[in-house]
Design a protein around this ligand. Structure first.
Ligand code: COA
Length: 388
């Protein structure tokens, strides 16, 4: 059955901090952040952008009136939920005006949740030829000021419309998931920031990748040469690189060269955004599609990872005419027109976010135009508006 990604888009907040300047403020050699971690800029979330508004912003420019009538399910994948009970998908469904007879829910497994959301969408659509599913990955990655994880923060959302006869990528029936109970990164209820075992999290990621990939290769009788490119979950660009390096020697020279160079294209956007948790793999996919000269019929391997942990390797094949359905210009303009904030300003943005409890009246900033933003929290009820 031909089911896959019909439309894909991302939204990132319009502020960023320069990683060399952040390193300076933390008395760290800038090359640790720029080369060792592999990040150049980091998206900074203003107080009026949360997972709901970012998710709606990622979707609003790709969803048509026809899509709104045909979407039967909305799934928001997140690990920075704003509510322990109410699903962000319900609020996004309302903001976007999707038809009311839809199933809406939120999914969690650290940075992995958008991947099972896509697989659930694929299974759901197999029984429903006329419907579509909206999958959103939306997160604000926060570890705390001056914490070990600080250089691997970020914020943003990716929206995907999954449908029959997709315009961009067909999802193949080959996914292999690998689960292992490990405490590498977790956030107990009530904690503002996650607890992280940094070195363990890197090892657990690589182990999960190797287990998923080896089992995938065994079941599908595939080798690295079968893939034009590989995309990884990108908490920071060096992480996927480490995973790729851990198996690259099994490939022939031509494949090695291709996979190494395409990895750089696949993390180009991530390098300037930072970690967006659930959306990171899919931001990397957009980066690959928009910065590399790919061809119809080529197959891309994708590795999704969520600490805790679940990994999954699956593949997708580029469909005829996919290039006509990318929006390179607006994505590059979104990234290029962001505003740099000083480290001091980033810290005050960060603290304001933490102190947002209830009954705050939030201002629309002068730069906000045609985007959803959090207007107020009244008795713990969040209200969103479109900035004019
Ligand atoms: N120039 C170049 N590279 C440098 C450097 C310098 N001056 N100083 C350090 N580095 C390199 C280190 O060698 C290391 O590279 P390696 O991993 O290839 O050995 C890298 O920079 C990071 O250094 P490290 O000492 O591991 O940093 P850290 O203890 O500050 O932790 C993280 C880094 C990513 C573990 C930490 O930011 C974190 O916990 N992040 C959140 C969790 C996460 O994202 N985990 C990923 C899996 S989901």
């Amino acid at each position: 059955m031909n089911i896959g990604i019909d439309k894909i888009n991302f939204y990132v907040p319009k502020y960023y901090v320069d990683m060399a300047k952040l390193a300076g403020a933390r008395h760290v050699d800038p090359n640790k952040f720029l080369i060792g971690i592999g990040q150049t800029e980091m998206a900074v979330s203003p107080v009026n952008q949360d997972i709901v508004s970012m998710g709606a912003n990622a979707t609003k420019d790709i969803i048509t009136e026809e899509d709104k009538k045909n979407i039967g399910m909305v799934i928001v994948a997140t690990e920075s939920a704003i509510d322990n009970a109410k699903a962000a998908a319900v609020q996004v469904h309302n903001l976007l005006g999707i038809q009311p007879f839809a199933r809406c829910f939120e999914m969690k497994e650290a940075c992995y949740a958008a991947t099972p959301a896509i697989q659930i969408a694929k299974d759901y659509l197999a029984q429903r030829p006329n419907e579509k599913v909206l999958v959103i990955a939306s997160d604000t990655a926060r570890y705390g000021i001056n914490s070990g994880g600080e250089p691997t923060q970020g914020a943003g959302a990716v929206a995907m419309i999954i449908s029959h006869e997709p315009s961009i990528l067909k999802l193949n029936d080959d996914a292999v998931a690998y689960t292992e109970d490990v405490y590498d990164f977790w956030r107990p209820t009530g904690y503002k920031y996650p607890l992280v075992a940094g070195a363990l999290s890197k090892d657990a990621y690589i182990k999960s990748f190797q287990e998923s990939w080896n089992e995938y290769a065994r079941r599908q009788d595939k080798s690295l040469a079968d893939f034009e490119s590989l995309c990884f979950h990108v908490p920071f660009t060096k992480m996927g690189q480490k995973a790729l390096d851990s198996i690259i020697d099994y490939a022939d020279d031509i494949t090695q060269k291709r996979l190494k160079s395409s990895y750089q294209d696949a993390v180009y956007y991530n390098r300037y955004v930072g970690n967006i948790y659930t959306g990171s793999l899919y931001l990397s996919l957009i980066s690959l599609l928009e910065t590399r000269d790919l061809k119809e019929g080529q197959t891309i391997g994708l590795f999704s990872y969520g600490s805790g942990s679940v990994g999954e390797f699956f593949s997708a094949t580029l469909v005829d005419g996919f290039k006509n359905h990318l929006d390179i210009e607006s994505h590059q303009s979104l990234l290029n027109n962001r505003i740099e904030v000083s480290v001091d300003d980033y810290e005050s943005f960060f603290e304001r976010f933490d102190n947002l409890e209830f009954n705050h009246e939030l201002e629309q900033s002068a730069e906000d135009k045609d985007i959803f933003y959090l207007k107020e929290i009244n008795d713990n009820i969040r209200k969103y508006h479109i900035a004019k």
